[in-house]
Structures are given as structure tokens and as C-alpha cells.
Design a protein around this ligand. Structure first.
Ligand SMILES: NC(=O)c1ccc[n+]([C@@H]2O[C@H](COP(=O)([O-])OP(=O)(O)OC[C@H]3O[C@@H](n4cnc5c(N)ncnc54)[C@H](OP(=O)(O)O)[C@@H]3O)[C@@H](O)[C@H]2O)c1
Length: 310
């Protein structure tokens, strides 16, 4: 039995569909059963769905009972959290502590998650710093942890990619930041493939591994290349300084009852370079990664999550 936390999310839904197309039983913990059934589509019937919040030890015990590996694909910056969970960083830290404790109780040793490429404890962005600390805490837990750290994940439903596509299609004229930020990227199907391949690969245990493209095009180059790939004219977007956009974030956080400071830090992260070292993982997990144009084409196939089987 394999468990997934975050199965209603962009990466988590694609991963759950992929796992559910195999032979091993899959169990997910979600906050909203209807949303999970909608996101998992025809795979929902093949998955055991339990409901609850990731901060609830009893819900985590139910998720992990009898499983041999758990995937953690959650984020707290733009997802509503219980009022007792504090800000976005506290909410994530508490949830990871609860998960590690539950994994120990259930004797689940294998934990796999997706982090932020190149995340360093000295990063300027507070979310990236807190993620780097959480990654270290997970690696120090004594469990068999693998953290795959990604830049932009290419697929419909991914916040960064959806935004980029909206600019190219002319649905949004706002380019965040100067457009000169450099991004490593990876297709959704490749992240999912790496996660699945890593489950039983001991050489990935106890490691944080950057995954994705070796090339790091600028955001402006990605806009132009996407326009060519989907047969559009390259966009002439309005460049808005991030500090103007983030000025609205506290209001949106209040109205949406989102964790304090989360949206602000997530928007600011869109202006960061997303650069790491994706070479080491290639020596451990063999995979021919899609390039940008292939990833954009895969994302455009209706009814499929960027090439995920099924
Ligand atoms: N998308 C990218 O391009 C990208 C790039 C690099 C790294 N990552 C990392 O990959 C991971 C997954 O990202 P994503 O884009 O797939 O995220 P996402 O689409 O926003 O999904 C987040 C998931 O977390 C769940 N969640 C949040 N709070 C929860 C709680 N208190 N209890 C239970 N579930 C909770 C959400 O459930 P609800 O549906 O109930 O809200 C949702 O299923 C994150 O760690 C993210 O930082 C993503």
C-alpha cells in the first residue's frame, strides 16, 4: 500500500493517477472528498480516499496504517490552513512534524516529497529559507527520505505554468518581475516519473536532489518559446514590478483566509532564479526528460496531465 498526502493538488493528483494505474493499492488523505473524486477522475474508484487535515494525528494514523511508503505533496503558502496552524511556515513545519511522528508510530520508513530547486537556508525569500530548513529536518528524521527539488513544473494546473500560459495567450498582460529571472523546468510527467522510480531506489534515500532541465532560460525566453510552440505571436506584456503586485497580497490573504504572509512570499518567489544542480539525480535515476517544447506540447493534450499515463 502506498499513501499520498496532497492528492487533490497539481503534482499529487497526477502522481496518484499514475500510482493507481499500477497494481499496488493506493490510499490518500484529502480535505474534500468531492474535489478528490473530481481531480482523480476515473482513477478515483481505484483509490482509498480518507478525509481529514494533515495536522490531525488521527487522520495521519489512518493514512499510514499498513503502508510502506508515503508521498507528501502539500504546500501551505496559498492553501487555506486551520486557524490554529499559525502562519504558512508554522503550518508546514507542524504538519511535517506530525507526519514524521505518525510515520514512526506506523513504522513507515519511506517518505518522498517535492521541494524547491536550489533552496538554501540563506535564500532571500523566507518561504525558500523555511523550505530549506524543513528539508534538512526531514533528512535528519532518520527515515528513508527523498526530496526531489524542482523549478517550474510544466503542466496545466501548476500555478507558475498557468500564469505563463495566460500571458502567452493574452489572457493576462502582467509579467511578474523583470522577465530576466532564470528558470530550470521539468514536465509534470517527469516529476511523477522520478517520484515513482525513486520509491524502491535505495541510492536516493537520505538525499535532496535537484531535478529538471540543465538549461535555465529567462522568463522572457520561456514566454517567446511557448508562443512559438503553441502557434501564437510572442506576447508584448506589461512588466509590473513585484513590489506593486505584492502590495495587494495581504488583502487577498485576508479575504481568502489564507495563511498570513504566504501569498506574498509565493508571488515574490516567482521573481527568483530557479536554478540548481540536476546532474547528480541523473546518475541515480535514468530518465530522458522532455525539453520545454515537448513539455508544452504534452501539457496541451486534453484530458491528460502532461503525459501521465492513462
Ligand atoms: N507546482 C510547481 O511548479 C512546483 C515547483 C516546485 C516545487 N513544488 C512543490 O511541490 C509540492 C506540491 O505542489 P503543487 O503545485 O502540486 O501544490 P498544490 O497544487 O497547491 O496542492 C497542494 C496540496 O496540498 C494540500 N493541502 C494543503 N494544506 C493541507 C492541509 N492542511 N491538510 C491536507 N492537505 C493540505 C491541498 O489540499 P486542498 O486541495 O484541500 O487545498 C493540495 O492537495 C509543494 O511542496 C510545492 O512547493 C511545486
Amino acid at each position: 500500500m502506498i499513501a499520498v498526502l496532497g492528492a487533490t493538488g497539481f503534482i499529487g493528483a497526477a502522481l496518484t493517477q499514475q500510482l493507481a494505474s499500477g497494481d499496488e493499492p493506493v490510499r490518500v488523505l484529502v480535505r474534500d472528498r468531492g474535489k478528490a473524486e473530481d481531480r482523480l477522475g476515473r482513477f478515483a474508484d481505484r483509490v482509498e480516499i480518507i478525509t481529514g487535515d494533515m495536522h490531525d494525528p488521527a487522520a495521519l494514523d489512518a493514512l499510514l496504517d499498513g503502508v510502506r511508503a508515503v508521498f507528501v505533496l502539500v504546500q501551505t503558502v496559498t492553501a487555506r490552513q486551520p486557524s490554529t496552524a499559525g502562519g504558512y511556515a508554522d503550518a508546514e513545519r507542524q504538519a511535517m512534524q506530525a507526519l514524521v511522528a505518525a510515520a514512526r508510530r506506523a513504522k513507515v520508513r519511506r517518505v518522498l516529497t517535492v521541494g524547491l530547486i536550489g533552496a538554501s537556508p540563506s535564500a532571500a525569500n523566507p518561504w525558500v529559507r523555511s523550505r530549506a530548513e524543513l528539508t534538512q529536518a526531514l533528512l535528519d528524521s532518520g527515515l528513508d527520505v527523498t526530496v526531489l527539488r524542482a523549478g517550474l513544473v510544466v503542466g496545466i494546473g501548476g500555478t507558475g505554468y498557468d500564469w505563463l500560459l495566460a500571458v502567452v495567450r493574452g489572457e493576462s498582460s502582467v509579467v511578474l518581475g523583470g522577465g530576466g529571472q532564470r528558470w530550470s523546468y521539468i514536465a509534470l510527467s517527469d516529476v511523477v516519473g522520478y517520484l515513482v522510480d525513486a520509491i524502491d531506489e535505495p541510492s536516493t534515500f537520505g538525499k535532496a536532489l535537484d531535478v529538471g532541465s540543465l538549461e535555465t532560460p529567462t522568463y522572457s525566453e520561456l514566454l517567446s518559446r511557448t508562443a512559438v510552440a503553441i502557434g501564437r505571436r510572442p506576447p508584448r506584456p506589461l512588466r509590473l514590478p513585484l513590489r506593486l503586485v505584492v502590495a495587494l497580497a495581504p488583502l487577498i490573504e485576508r479575504l481568502g483566509r489564507l495563511p498570513k504572509g504566504g501569498l506574498r512570499t509565493a508571488i515574490l518567489h516567482l521573481g527568483d532564479d530557479l536554478i540548481g544542480d540536476p546532474l547528480p539525480v541523473r546518475a541515480l535515476l535514468a530518465r530522458d526528460l522532455l525539453d520545454w517544447e515537448q513539455a508544452v506540447a504534452a501539457a496541451a493534450v486534453p484530458g491528460r496531465l502532461a503525459g501521465v499515463a492513462g
